[in-house]
Design a protein around this ligand. Structure first.
Ligand code: HEC
Ligand code: HEC
Length: 397
C-alpha cells in the first residue's frame, strides 16, 4: 500500500523506507543554488536577524509576507478537499528541489538549521535532524503530525524569520513536509502517539466571551500559575485570592518582576523569550483553537509544558473548586483577550521585547539589540532606536 501524506496519517514504515532513499539522494546531490547566501556576505548581526529574515522571506518569495496571516489550519485543508499525496520518489525529488530553493539558506543543506543565514537569526531556524518541532497537536516532546508541519509551512511563524509559504502550490508544501522528514532518523523509530484531545468548547454558545475570560483569568493565575514564566496580569493579592478559591496554598513571595516574562533556555540552549501576551505576537497565532492546541499540547523543546493532563483537578470537598479540560478553552479565551490588547506596531508607542528580565541560569548572555528595538511614533515619523552597530565585536556569535 503506498504511503500517503495528509490525513489520514502517512504510514510510518513506508515513509521510513523512502526516508532512507531520500537521505542518500540528498547526499548525492551536492550544492543547490543558495537562496540567501548573500545574507552571509552582508555581515549583518544576529540582532537584526529577525528583520533580516523577513527580508529574506520577502526576497525568496518574490512577494509580500502578509501582516496578519491566516490562522492554522491555514491554506487548503486536505481533510476537506480529500487531497492526499502518495509519498513516492517523485514527491521527494520535488521536495528536495523546493527545499534547495526556499529553505536551505536558513535550515541548512543537511537540515541541521545551520544555513548561511542562521548566524544572524534569533530564534534560530529549526534543526530538522533533532526534530524538536515546537508546534504540535501531540504532547510536547512527541513528533508533530504531517498536518502540523503543513500548517506551519503554510502560515509561517509570526515574530520569527520563518515566512509564510502559502504562495507555494499545495502539492509543493506537502512535498516539503515529506522531504524535511527525511532528515531525522526519529521519524523511522516513531510510533505515532495520539493527538491531544480537543474537548467540546463549553463557551461556544456564548456570544459574549466574558464568562470564559473571567474563568480563564482565575485558572491561569490560580491553578496553572502560568505567571511562573509568562507575566502575571493581575495583582499578587488577586492571585492569592484565586489560589484560596481553588484551595491551593497561596504563594507568599512573588518574584520581583511578576508582571514581566522570564526568559528560558530551549533544549538547544538558545534563549527563548516567553511571550507577554499583551505585547508579543504569538508564533502559531492567536486564533482560539490554535491557543487551545498550544496550551493543551505545550511547546516542544521549550519550558512550555503540556497542560492537557494536569488541568484536571478535583477538590477534596464536594462543593469545592473543580477544573476540567473544558478550562483549557477558558484559558485560551483569556489569552486571546490579552492578545487583543496588543498595541498595533508603529501605531502607538510600543516596546518590543524590551528590557526583559533575564533569569537565564547559564552564561552571561547579553540581550540582543533586536530585543531593545523600540518602535515608536513621534508625530507622523517612525523612529527606530537600538539598531546602532557600535558593539559589533561583543555580538558576534
Ligand atoms: C529566513 C529564514 C527561514 C526560511 C527561508 C525558512 N525558515 Fe523555516 N524556520 C525559520 C525559523 C527561524 C524557525 C524557528 C522559529 C522558532 O523557533 O520559533 C523555522 C521553523 C520551521 C519549522 C518548524 C516549526 C516548528 O513547529 O518547530 C518548519 C517545519 C519550517 N521552518 C519549515 C520551513 C520550510 C519548509 C521552508 C522553505 C519552504 C522554510 N522553513 C524556510 C526560518 C526560516
Ligand atoms: C515553565 C515555563 C512556562 C509555563 C509555566 C507556561 N509557559 Fe507558556 N510558554 C513558555 C515558553 C518558554 C514559551 C515560548 C515558546 C517559544 O516561543 O519558543 C511559551 C509559549 C506560550 C504560548 C505561545 C505559543 C506561540 O504560538 O507562540 C502560549 C499561548 C502559552 N505559552 C500559554 C501558556 C499558558 C496559558 C500557561 C499556563 C496554563 C503557560 N503558557 C505556562 C513557558 C511557559
Amino acid at each position: 500500500m503506498p504511503s500517503m501524506l495528509g490525513p489520514p496519517q502517512a504510514s510510518g514504515r513506508f515513509l521510513a523506507a523512502w526516508t532512507v532513499v531520500g537521505r542518500s539522494v540528498a547526499r548525492l546531490v551536492g550544492n543547490f543554488s543558495d537562496g540567501v547566501a548573500t545574507m552571509k556576505a552582508c555581515g549583518l548581526k544576529r540582532r537584526v536577524g529577525c528583520a533580516l529574515g523577513w527580508v529574506a522571506g520577502f526576497v525568496l518569495l518574490g512577494g509580500c509576507v502578509p501582516q496578519d496571516r491566516a490562522p492554522v489550519p491555514g491554506g487548503a485543508n486536505p481533510a476537506e478537499t480529500g487531497f492526499q499525496i502518495p509519498v513516492d520518489q517523485t514527491l521527494l525529488t520535488e521536495g528536495r528541489h523546493t527545499y534547495a530553493i526556499y529553505c536551505k539558506g536558513c535550515h541548512g543543506e543537511n537540515g541541521d538549521g545551520k544555513g548561511p543565514a542562521e548566524r544572524v537569526l534569533h530564534p534560530k531556524p529549526r534543526n530538522f535532524v533533532t526534530a524538536d518541532f515546537k508546534f504540535n497537536s501531540r504532547r510536547s516532546g512527541q513528533l508533530p503530525t504531517d498536518q502540523d508541519l503543513f500548517d506551519t509551512i503554510t502560515r509561517g511563524l509570526t515574530g520569527s524569520s520563518m515566512p509564510s509559504w502559502k504562495l507555494l502550490p499545495e502539492r509543493q508544501r506537502w512535498a516539503l513536509v515529506a522531504y524535511i522528514k527525511t532528515f531525522s532518523p526519529k521519524w523511522e523509530e516513531f510510533d505515532p502517539a495520539p493527538t491531544v484531545p480537543v474537548v467540546e468548547d463549553p463557551y461556544a454558545v456564548d456570544e459574549d466571551k466574558s464568562r470564559a475570560i473571567a474563568r480563564g483569568e482565575a485558572v491561569f493565575h490560580g491553578l496553572a500559575q502560568c505567571w511562573t514564566c509568562h507575566p502575571a496580569f493581575v495583582s499578587p493579592e488577586k492571585i492569592q485570592a484565586y489560589q484560596e478559591m481553588m484551595e491551593i496554598p497561596p504563594t507568599q513571595e512573588f518574584r520581583e518582576d511578576l508582571h514581566r516574562a522570564v526568559a528560558r533556555l530551549s533544549s538547544e540552549d538558545q534563549v527563548v523569550f516567553v511571550p507577554d501576551f499583551r505585547r508579543d505576537r504569538l508564533r502559531a497565532g492567536n486564533d482560539v483553537r490554535v491557543l487551545y492546541r498550544s496550551i493543551a499540547a505545550g511547546v516542544t523543546g521549550t519550558a512550555m509544558p503540556t497542560w492537557v493532563d494536569s488541568i484536571q483537578m478535583k477538590s477534596e470537598q464536594s462543593d469545592g473548586y473543580v477544573t476540567t479540560r473544558g478550562d483549557l478553552w477558558a484559558i485560551a479565551y483569556y489569552v486571546h483577550s490579552l492578545t487583543m490588547q496588543r498595541p498595533r506596531l508603529l501605531s502607538e508607542p510600543v516596546v518590543v521585547r524590551a528590557n526583559r528580565a533575564l533569569d537565564v541560569s547559564q552564561g552571561d548572555w547579553q540581550p540582543l539589540i533586536g530585543a531593545e528595538l523600540r518602535a515608536m511614533r513621534s508625530g507622523s515619523d517612525v523612529e527606530q532606536e537600538g539598531w546602532d552597530d557600535e558593539d559589533d565585536e561583543d555580538d558576534q556569535g
